[in-house]
Design a protein around this ligand. Sequence first.
Ligand SMILES: [Zn+2]
Length: 167
Amino acid sequence: MKCIECGGAMKKIHGDYRYLESGLDDIVLGNITRYKCSKCGEEEVAIPSTDDLHKLIAFILILKPTPLMGKEVKYLRKMLGYTSEKFAEALGVTRVSISRWENSGLEMKPDRDKHIRLFFFSKKSDAMQKSPSVMLVIKTLVSNLPMKEDNREIRFQPEDWTAMAGA
Ligand SMILES: [Zn+2]
């Protein structure tokens, strides 16, 4: 396999991958194959069934026992397909508040946190009910316990989200 940028040789790497493309800092995917150019550093990552992965990440964020972070709120908003204007209107806050939460790097206050999670549930309950993989969501959550506020890493294994296919 050759690098598409420079034609250099790509080295195969297998293992953990921090999924920064999600917009989140602490999502770690296990058992991921990626290729890195030894010359220019260009990377190619092969992540299967990303739609299912994104859905699983959302459900885990909603269920996790630690507070939601601003970036996680942004992730959930995008999963709902809401603009910040629409999200602000739905939650009865200003767009400035949404922007402040999403960019603050801080934890959400408990009441607001709960409100956002319940709102997500109310919009996505159909998807959650239809999903044959509630057990997988629970299993993924449990395998990440205990979740700690000083280590927010959440790990996902491909067999967890690829088993959701068609959900
Ligand atoms: Zn290269």
